[in-house]
Design a protein. Structure first.
Length: 148
């Protein structure tokens, strides 16, 4: 399933990871690494094992990768990242809504994400989407949503 989102200027689709977007994904990963936001040592793109243990999504406009998200199949420690030029334009919301939809489809009991105490935008977004705030674990605030 593809979720389409209309932004101020662009149309963005949330799609399952597709290797045809590897070059755009790699570029975004490098930008995020430079910001100190993201890192998977030794890996640039998800391999088949990654894709088997987690659902990976891309936020794309034409062939541009604007963001991505990862929902582990157990629902714990989901994450999402958006290009700094496109943040706060509902792409993050669309990714998390896709997580919720897919988690409900596969019968998960809950979703859990760990958010930096400095990331007020994500904290507010998750609260608005119905997540509850939990304890601080390893320096991050745990947010969870019961699905059943």
């Amino acid at each position: 399933m593809v979720v389409t989102l209309k932004l101020k200027i662009k149309m963005v689709e949330i799609i399952p990871y597709d290797h045809k977007y590897d070059s755009g994904f790699i570029q975004l990963r490098r930008e995020l690494d430079e910001e100190g936001i993201y890192g998977l040592p030794g890996k640039i793109t998800p391999d088949e094992n990654d894709l088997n243990i987690s659902n990976w999504y891309l936020a794309v406009n034409n062939s541009n990768v604007l963001g991505f998200g990862v929902l582990p199949k157990d629902g714990e420690d989901f994450m999402y990242f958006v290009d700094k030029n496109y943040r706060n334009q509902d792409i993050e919301k669309a990714l998390v809504e896709r997580f919720i939809e897919d988690a409900e489809k596969i019968g998960l009991d809950e979703l859990i994400g760990e958010i930096s105490p400095d990331d007020e935008f994500s904290q507010n977004l998750l609260r608005k989407l119905g997540f509850d705030e939990g304890p601080i674990i390893f320096g991050d605030i745990e947010f969870y949503m019961k699905l059943r």
